[in-house]
Write a protein that binds this ligand. Structure first.
Ligand SMILES: NC(=O)c1ccc[n+]([C@@H]2O[C@H](COP(=O)([O-])OP(=O)(O)OC[C@H]3O[C@@H](n4cnc5c(N)ncnc54)[C@H](O)[C@@H]3O)[C@@H](O)[C@H]2O)c1
Length: 493
């Protein structure tokens, strides 16, 4: 099937923690990626970030991502930026180094390319100072892990034409980011200023012996951290104000800001003693896990939470749904596009991290979820779509039978193909086969009855659905009856 996404090229300048995350995000969204990083270990490090990203990112989507782009490493920065429409600078946080890099970049790159900087602290005007083409440079500040978290703080100056800012937003959205356009530049943008405030307060609490690093983390993750992840600060406080909302909340808690609750204007000195104290407490808290293990724990948790938000179409979950909507056209064939003489492609997706169990493979209940999605798609193909259901008719499942044939792991790209065994009158009997490449993973057989949603009783489908089923029945008549269809668990002899 034809993909409707044009191939794009990104250059990654600096491939550490953050550059590696950008590389993974672009690559898994179908862009070609060209990396320049003088560190001989860069290829290995990016490979490790990519392994984590392949496991976690594609399954966030309920439709397939485009085929992966190609990844290349270059010894020369000028060569790396050839043909790149997006250049992402993620070198260490030193202004002199960044300015030197832009000079080299701008001598070699396409003047129309966007140069985004991952800087956590510098203002875009500082980065544009003395540049060959200041209008080409903007701040695009990401959050770790860049391959999962949607936020990009997009900070331009008056030197950046509005057309360029819009183009940057379009590119960022196309790879699943949420670009937050920050209209007034400020040191450290928005999110990091906020995090710095919390970080300073936490350092004081630990230094003064009020709390350990673990107690600080529990105070965040058991309560307000979960709240923040879905509603942020102001919406949460609005709700906390009760029926009277934000005004009441401010009247009630505003004065507390003047109480001696904060030391935010003051920073504890980073003495060796403080550094040892925090590092020792952190070792005691989390030292039983390697950093790689912690990354995996983090990614599993993030995927689970983001997919839960997706079901609510809220916050980061709404961004995921918008990205799916961008990818959806062309992902699965319609009645007119499909070769009806063969089982029809009804599901194509990567296995999400939250579908796997303690054995590391797909939980048995998720096979049913995948087959149910395939049945929904089959219903859509024959005309039982959202409009039809709203008009009062639908199919209810009467029976399912699943056979588990082979293991399926997180990140695996699975496809379901559906053969119609019977489609006549009220009855619809389908046989799904799930594959990874050519490997058969499972089969799922479903028997459904058409019902009237008013009487909740079986009823005849529309003439259009009857006709569509007749067309498929005729086209698939030459297919053999699938091995395993009609099978049941037999009573032991
Ligand atoms: N770590 C974070 O959580 C985080 C989050 C958001 C933004 N940032 C920003 O991202 C940028 C990079 O941070 P990081 O954490 O990835 O650092 P890092 O040290 O992990 O990676 C920097 C990489 O740049 C490479 N490098 C050094 N000089 C270079 C040059 N002249 N040309 C090309 N590559 C060069 C290094 O070899 C290294 O691989 C910084 O500006 C930082 O503020 C970091």
């Amino acid at each position: 099937m034809k993909r409707r996404i044009d191939l794009k090229t990104a250059a990654i300048i600096g491939g550490g923690v953050i550059g590696g995350g950008w590389a993974a995000r672009f690559l898994l969204n179908g862009w070609d990626v060209r990396v320049f990083d003088p560190d001989p270990e860069a290829e290995r490090k990016i490979g490790e970030v990519l392994d984590n990203a392949r496991r976690s990112l594609p399954g966030l989507s309920d439709v397939p991502l485009p085929p992966e782009g190609s990844l290349s490493f270059h010894e020369d920065m000028a060569e790396a930026v050839q043909g790149a429409e997006w250049i992402q600078e993620s070198v260490p946080e030193r202004l002199d180094l960044k300015l030197k890099v832009y000079k080299g970049l701008q001598e070699a790159c396409d003047p129309g390319a966007i140069i985004g900087s991952s800087t956590s602290g510098f203002k875009p005007s500082e980065l544009q100072e003395g540049a060959l083409r200041p209008e080409q440079i903007v701040v695009t500040h990401p959050f770790n892990p860049v391959y999962l978290l949607p936020l990009i703080e997009l900070v331009p100056t008056d030197k950046n034409p509005s057309e360029m800012v819009e183009r940057a937003q379009g590119f960022l959205k196309s790879v699943g980011f949420f670009p937050l356009h920050i209209k007034k530049e400020i040191d450290a943008h928005i999110a990091d200023r906020f995090l710095e405030a919390v970080w300073r307060e936490a350092l004081w609490l630990v230094k003064d012996g009020i709390a350990t690093t673990e107690e600080v983390d529990e105070a965040i993750r058991m309560g307000f951290g979960i709240r923040w992840a879905q509603m942020g600060l102001f919406e949460t406080y609005r709700v906390a104000g009760g029926e009277a909302g934000m005004r009441h909340f401010m009247a009630q808690f505003g004065p507390a800001l003047k109480w001696p609750w904060t030391k935010l204007m003051d920073v504890p000195e980073f003495t060796d003693e403080l550094v040892d104290m925090i590092a020792d407490q952190s070792d005691a808290q989390s030292g039983m896990h390697s950093i790689r293990e912690l990354e995996r724990i983090r990614d599993n948790n993030l995927v689970g939470m983001m997919r839960a938000l997706k079901a609510q179409n809220y916050g980061a979950g709404a961004v995921l749904n918008q990205h799916d909507a961008l990818l959806k056209p062309g992902a699965l064939p319609t009645m007119e596009e499909a070769d009806l003489s063969q089982p029809i492609l009804t599901l194509s997706r990567a296995v999400p991290l939250d579908w796997t169990d303690y054995n590391g493979h797909m939980n048995e209940a998720r096979y049913l979820e995948a087959f149910a999605a395939a049945t929904d798609r089959f219903m859509e193909i024959i005309g039982c779509d959202a409009d039809y259901i709203a008009s009062g008719g639908s199919y209810f499942t009467a029976e399912n039978h699943i056979r588990y044939v082979d293991e399926v792991h997180a990140g695996a790209k699975i496809q379901v193909r559906t053969q119609m065994l019977l489609g006549q009158g009220k009855k619809l009997h389908v046989f799904h086969s799930m594959y990874e490449g050519d490997k058969l993973l499972a089969t799922g057989e479903s028997f459904l009855l058409h019902v009237s949603l008013e009487t909740r009783r079986p009823s005849s489908p529309s003439a259009q659905i009857e006709a569509a089923m007749a067309r498929i029945a005729e086209a698939q008549a030459g297919l053999p009856y699938p091995e395993g269809a009609g099978a049941a668990i037999r009573k032991p002899a």
